[in-house]
Design a protein around this ligand. Sequence first.
Ligand code: PLP
Length: 360
Amino acid sequence: MSRKFNFSAGPAALPEAVLDRIRDDLPEYGDIGSSVMEISHRGKVFGEIAARAESDLRELLSIPDDYRVLFLQGGATAQFALIPMNLLRDGELADYVVTGHWGKKARAEAARAGRINLAADTVESGYTGLPPVGDWRLTENAGYLHFTPNETIAGVEFPSEPEGVAAPLVADMSSNILSRPLDVLRYGLIYAGAQKNIGPAGLCVLIIHDDLLARCREDLPSVFSYRAQAERGSMLNTPNTFAWYVAGLVFQWVKEQGGVEAMGERNRRKADLLYGAIDDSDFYANPVALEARSRMNVPFTLADPSLDPLFLEEAERAGLLALKGHRSVGGMRASIYNAMPEEGVKALVAFMSDFERRHG
Ligand SMILES: *Cc1c(COP(=O)(O)O)cnc(C)c1O
């Protein structure tokens, strides 16, 4: 077996230790005679797996007791619609700040389910920066403000929470949850599709404050209702048990690495190394404003785009996978989530320098 360095934006690489553990747990988990995929979600064994995953996540992110943690299906995209459906009361408006592709999608889906105000949008700059909070056109008494702390495609990340917003903050953290310390208290609702920093696709972790939950509408079909899901411990119907179990293994792995503080330091070093290599060269470029650069997704272009296919082909031969940029941006993108070791980024930087020497 030869695992390569996988820079996929999502579904993304999982820590090798987690994959080893999954393999060890197949076809039999412990001594129960079955695998995790083949047991009741209402039984004792899965109940313990589920509870441990939640308590480890609570510990990692210091989630206070007055927040509920839900393990839902339908990815982050389902939440784009379910958030306004659950949170907006009659006549209420939500503010949306769009700094990239995912925020734009979140807003478009929300507009089908509720009344939305576009408070800020950086589309005209090609999503290469962050709009100053002072310029946001905020609605008085907005039901919530939605933003995307890390835009996975443009590689744009908020360095910290926006200050001075009165409405509860609702954040799509699909591509940067667990990548650094997080002040959960600043948020009303946090959600994250699992396939970047948590586990397999098909699971969405949602963290919601009790006050916001208490305001949620009750007249929704029950699987779409946050209140109904919270009351039933996310087991209103059969949850994605396998993904929940793997997420639990990833949470244990993050704890073993030293938690989100250690992850944050490691991710900072990885990003500095890669951006440093890009900035030191005239051959590679990244268009994002310095203070808005993502530590998770690093898009970069080659001075001569006709070399793109050769770059990708040689990178793959060097064991560096999935570096092709999103079709809307072009060029390359290196996603360096928690599971990407520092050696992977070092190998990429060495390859880039060698490629530049030969073709630059
Ligand atoms: C990947 C991603 C999504 C989409 O998640 P799905 O699980 O495919 O619905 C949404 N938001 C962000 C920030 C993402 O990175």
